[in-house]
Write a protein that binds this ligand. Structure first.
Ligand code: THU
Length: 146
């Protein structure tokens, strides 16, 4: 088992972003989740004509992983995003996961008390954060124990 490689995982997220269905925002996001066994699950954002029903890339990736039977082992997350309207020279900020996606990722991570590293890219700068820093004091399964 080797340590997750930042640039490899960001490249997987970048590839996933090309599959985004984002005709409304034209903001294409890809997410790549790496697991302890080295497997990688990706997702991209899926928009809807009823805008509020949009699924973010990280949520799609987490749902795919859990639907494949994964219940923990999440070691790293990479997120890449950018606007299809951007022009050469535009500075793109790193894409940090939205609040809902932080909660969705935290559910998966909580299943084996993991605290994955999250790499946020999309421009020149890559932010590296732990999920616990992005979502401190997360509500999780233990809160529901009587
Ligand atoms: N989006 C994501 O996929 N992940 C995030 O963490 C932030 C936002 C998507 C949702 C929508 O399709 C587009 O980016 C613009 O908000």
């Amino acid at each position: 088992m080797s340590a997750p490689d930042r640039d490899t995982l960001l490249a997987a997220a970048q590839a996933a972003a090309t599959l985004a269905y984002a005709p409304y925002s034209r903001f294409h996001v890809g997410a790549a989740l790496e697991f302890a066994d080295g497997s990688v699950v990706t997702g991209s954002n899926v928009e809807n004509a009823s805008y509020g029903l949009t699924l973010c890339a990280e949520t799609v990736a987490a749902a795919r992983a859990m639907n494949d039977g994964r219940r923990g082992g999440l070691v790293a997350v990479a997120i890449v995003g950018g606007s299809a309207n951007s022009k050469p020279g535009d500075v793109q900020a790193p894409v940090t996961p939205c609040g809902r996606c932080r909660q969705v990722l935290a559910e998966l991570a909580s299943l084996d008390h993991a605290d994955p590293v999250v790499w946020c890219g999309g421009g020149e700068e890559v932010l590296e954060l732990r999920l616990s820093a992005l979502l401190p004091y997360a509500f999780g399964p233990t809160n529901l124990q009587g």
